[in-house]
Ligand binder design. Structure first.
Ligand SMILES: Cc1ncc(COP(=O)(O)O)c(C=O)c1O
Length: 923
């Protein structure tokens, strides 16, 4: 066996984004070599190569239960003994088991220890072991410095106490040290429980960078400062941070009461000198079972089994209106009966009411709160569009000021109309070359708040609403934004629209940029004595500043007063967009210190306002099951999703033909350098391999969600929308849902496979080849047309306009000093036709009005697709830049704009009358 010093690490290893990819590829390499050795065609140094490959794999195998340490050592023995036939068969079976994941469901007989090796995996007889294995399988990490013999003994002890009635089955994995435990939990996604014993070492002997890179993710740099007696509790704490869903058990020889007092919530249980394996076994199973529970889904399944007579208004219930029909029976054939047996509006009989939950829905909410790290979670059956309106209505009263990114989803604009908020639109930084917006710089937000403070309006500011991540994958530094804003406005409420970010909780790098995690971190931090001291020093420093010097505050990192700041954070997530849930299944997550005292009643009313009295139970059940999935395999799925995205980025970037026509936009393209303190330019560099993204995600103002891949297509001579519909959808059946003028966005998700990535690359190569030959065959004039189109797509892009301003008729008094406006008044004023008129873009009437110095004020939302957000909202003055942008846009779909009529705007008389009303009210 090698000494695990990673001597095999060379240039080739930098190709691997993570150790899982490295492991699978290396096993496959071993399969090929051993096949050559066994079946002829071996090259001169294949035996050496086999040994080197085994040496490369050895450091990874200690972290997995399959094929296991014993089997792995046998591979060396078989190689040394020249038993190549057996070696090839054992390796073949290992690779088969690993690739298919069969080892999780079935005992794979490797034919070692004198047993026969069946030729095909499927030919094995169904053994008792197989029956046990068919239960959901996981692995338990045991952190203890044991000899191989001791490990085997413990494995046998645990195997002996398995019972037929156990709901799950598991295998132990042993690691000797603190660092190995961290590598294991970040590498081995099968691990569901960790038993930390007292006799552990600090450092790993492993030096393989693809593995030790995981240690940076766990972000614990000062390990040597930990006292030996605290290794266990500190390890529990760090694992609790990187994989909070795992069940941790601590075995100690110190006073259990003392240790229990120190570990807080990190561990499920502390055992004293644990030798009672039965107790440990039962606890491990119970822990996993707590995550496996799906109260509402289970209740619905039970309900579906019961015989019931239907005498209420739901003919589809129990499939009655379908099975009796002569004309729609194919609906029953297509969906199967279960969906109709579970169609009900019953709120009793084991079920529950979404509007007033007391039973399984309430329980499902609580389990989701645990999974997503919130204090409260509510399900919604009409998407995040509804969640956003619920939260805004619950918190915002007419006249409250809300700061919001102006390229937010339309549900927010409508939410503002409904709540009567004074909307303070914040501009995101533009990415003019790609015709898309980035996100709102923190400086802009602070500037807005400081301006409102100067205008004496801070007390009316209620909420900051931002989209994280944005459609294109720009991710905020959530914790920093909240911290600095609370320093200016200590009771500010945050609504983070995480429609696209539900999955983020389940990847350690991503998690730190989620609303709920950041709320928890801030809350804990502000409680500590060390923070208080830091704040006092900070406050003393601020005292010496000129109170009118906003620049000093803008350029400084501000921190809030722990005695004043309240952590009030809401997140809305389209669970259906990134996790397993039926369409429209969404969740609202809340961490609000003042929820009970200030919000509960209003939230209830807002929830009632927007929630159907006939919610779809299938959607609710899917949210419940989707939650179970992420608690048990979210880590694995997100890890694989990111891996697939990275592979896609790498393959396109390094393919000579693809890179001629397409560019994967990197962090450097999408985030200006001033917001990237880490200096990271791209996740993958063809010369240097993978960059470590941890530092960027830990500190940069913005980072890029790697799972969303923006590809420029301008060089094909097709705009994003045409490329999407005519090439990707119509020709190759590839669906995507966002484009800009010269880009298309590919999103990987938790269902993305290596084959789907391969198919996409295949399609892109075909497209590039077709284009290449089309260009070669072009006549001179055709070539000029093509070149002109490419130039217009790449170079002639209209600059994205900033938010102009609300017209004074819709500004709050005193008019003109800060930018918030009453969108609701403008929205409803436009209901009266006599207050509106049309000004044509083509007939010159709009230009004439603007040239005459008239404020042209939109009466509607004007939303071009793409980019998909309103470039004008009701009450907003149309600036020359906005009109120019509208003119230059060559998109087919512009909601709210009728080219034959022109822009719908307010008449000058209507605006004057509104201003008159303000004056009278002020007088
Ligand atoms: C940022 C954002 N928020 C909210 C929504 C609405 O979500 P849903 O489709 O779940 O209603 C979307 C939809 O695309 C979105 O992009």
């Amino acid at each position: 066996m090698p000494d695990n010093n990673g001597s095999a690490e060379g240039v080739s290893l930098s190709r691997y984004y993570n150790a899982s990819q490295f492991r699978i590829d290396t096993w496959n390499e071993l399969k090929n070599i051993s096949h050559r050795l066994a079946h002829g065609g071996a090259r001169d140094n294949d035996k050496n190569l086999a040994r080197e490959t085994l040496d490369q794999l050895a450091p990874t195998e200690m972290y997995w239960a399959f094929p296991g340490d014993y089997a792995f050592q046998q591979l060396y023995r078989l190689l040394d003994a020249g038993e190549f036939g057996t070696l090839a068969r054992v390796v073949w079976r290992c690779v088969g088991g690993l690739m298919s994941g069969l080892y999780r469901r079935k005992h794979i007989d490797l034919g070692l220890g004198g047993e026969q090796i069946p030729a095909e995996p499927g030919e094995d007889l169904d053994t008792e072991e197989d029956r046990i294995r068919r239960r959901p399988y996981f692995e338990v990490l045991i952190v203890d410095d044991l000899t191989l013999a001791q490990q085997r003994q413990q494995r046998d002890e645990l195997a002996k106490i398995r019972r037929n009635e156990d709901s799950f089955t598991y295998q132990p994995v042993f690691v000797p040290s603190f660092e190995d435990a961290l590598i294991a939990v970040l590498f081995n996604h099968n691990i569901q429980a960790v038993v930390i014993r007292f006799d552990i070492r600090l450092h790993s002997k492993n030096r393989l960078p693809v593995l030790t890179r995981y240690l940076a993710q766990a972000d614990c740099r000062d390990l040597d400062d930990i006292e030996a007696q605290n290794y266990g509790t500190t390890l529990a704490h760090v694992i609790g941070r990187v994989r909070p869903e795992l069940d941790l058990y601590l075995v100690t020889c110190q006073s259990v009461e003392d240790v229990a007092g120190r570990i807080g919530d990190d561990c499920r249980r502390v055992f004293y000198n644990q030798e009672d394996f039965v107790e440990l076994h039962l606890n491990i199973l119970r822990g996993v079972d707590a995550r496996y529970q799906t109260p509402f889904f289970t209740a619905l399944k039970e309900y579906a089994k019961q015989p019931t007579g239907v005498f209420h208004a739901l003919p589809i219930s129990r499939g009655k209106s379908i099975t009796k029909s002569n004309w729609i029976r194919d609906m029953g054939d297509f969906y199967g009966m279960n969906i109709f047996l579970a169609e009900t509006s019953a709120t009793s009989g084991g079920l529950d009411s979404l509007l007033e939950p007391h039973g399984p829905i309430k329980k499902a909410h609580e389990l989701s709160a645990r999974a997503f790290g919130s204090h409260r979670t509510f399900f919604a059956t009409n998407g995040t569009s509804t969640c956003n309106k619920i939260v805004v209505q619950a918190l915002v009263r007419p006249g409250d000021i809300v700061l919001v990114d102006r390229d937010c989803h339309k549900s927010h604009h409508y939410g503002m109309v409904l709540s009567g908020a004074l909307v303070f639109y914040l501009d995101s930084y533009p990415l003019n070359e790609y015709s898309m917006y980035g996100a709102v710089p923190l400086r802009e937000i602070k500037k807005g708040l400081l301006g409102l403070r100067r205008a004496g309006k801070l007390d009316r500011v209620k909420m900051l609403l931002l989209t994280n991540c944005t459609f294109d994958g720009i991710v905020y530094n959530v914790e920093r934004v909240m911290e600095e804003c609370l320093a200016i406005k200590p009771d500010l409420v945050f609504l983070w629209d995480e429609a696209w970010f539900g999955f983020a909780r389940f990847g350690p790098t991503y998690r730190q940029r989620t609303a709920m995690y950041s709320a928890g971190v801030l809350r804990e931090r502000m409680k500590s004595e060390s923070y208080r001291q830091r704040y006092e020093a900070h406050a003393a420093e601020l005292k010496d500043l000129d109170p009118d010097d906003d620049e000093a505050l803008l350029s400084r990192r501000l921190i809030p007063d722990p005695d004043k700041a309240r952590v009030r954070v809401y997140a809305t997530q389209s669970t259906h967009k990134t996790l397993t849930a039926l369409r429209q299944g969404s969740m609202i997550h809340i961490h609000d210190q003042d929820y009970k005292s200030k919000v509960e009643e209003a939230f209830h009313e807002a929830y009632m306002t927007h929630t159907s009295t006939s919610p779809n139970y299938q959607i609710l059940a899917s949210l419940d099951v989707g939650r179970r999935q992420v608690e048990l395999e979210g880590f694995e799925l997100v890890q694989k999703q990111v891996e697939m995205a990275m592979v896609l980025r790498q393959r396109i970037t390094t393919h000579p033909l693809l890179s001629k026509y397409f560019t994967v936009l990197t962090v450097g393209h999408m985030i200006p350098a001033e917001y990237r303190e880490s200096g990271i330019e791209s996740y993958y560099d063809p010369d240097q391999g993978w960059n470590d993204i941890w530092d960027a995600w830990a500190g940069d103002e913005f980072c890029l969600d790697a799972t969303r891949i923006t590809l420029t297509v301008g060089a094909t001579g097709l705009d994003g929308d045409t490329f999407k519909t005519e090439i990707l959808m119509d020709k190759y059946g590839i669906q995507i849902n966002k484009t800009s003028r010269n880009t298309v966005l590919f999103m990987t998700n938790i269902g993305t496979t290596r084959s789907s990535v391969a198919y996409l690359i295949e399609v892109l190569v075909k497209v590039a080849k077709e284009l290449e030959s089309r260009i070669e065959d072009m006549s001179g004039p055709e070539r000029r047309v093509y070149d002109a189109k490419v130039k217009s797509l790449i170079e002639d892009l209209p600059p994205l306009p900033d938010f102009s301003r609300f017209h004074d008729a819709f500004r709050s008094a005193p008019m003109g000093d800060t930018r918030e406006g009453n969108i609701r008044n403008a929205y409803f004023l436009a209901y009266d036709e006599s207050f509106c008129e049309y000004l044509g873009l083509e007939d010159g009437s709009l230009d004439a009005a603007m040239e005459a110095g008239r404020d042209v004020v939109s009466a509607t939302f004007i939303t071009p697709y793409p980019p998909g957000f309103p470039i004008l909202v009701p009450g907003q003055v149309a600036s020359p830049e906005i009109i120019e942008f509208l003119r230059k846009l060559d998109v087919k779909e512009i909601h709210g704009y009728r080219p034959e009529l022109g822009l719908r705007v307010f008449t000058e008389e209507a605006l004057a009358a509104e201003i008159g009303k303000h004056r009278n009210a002020a007088a």
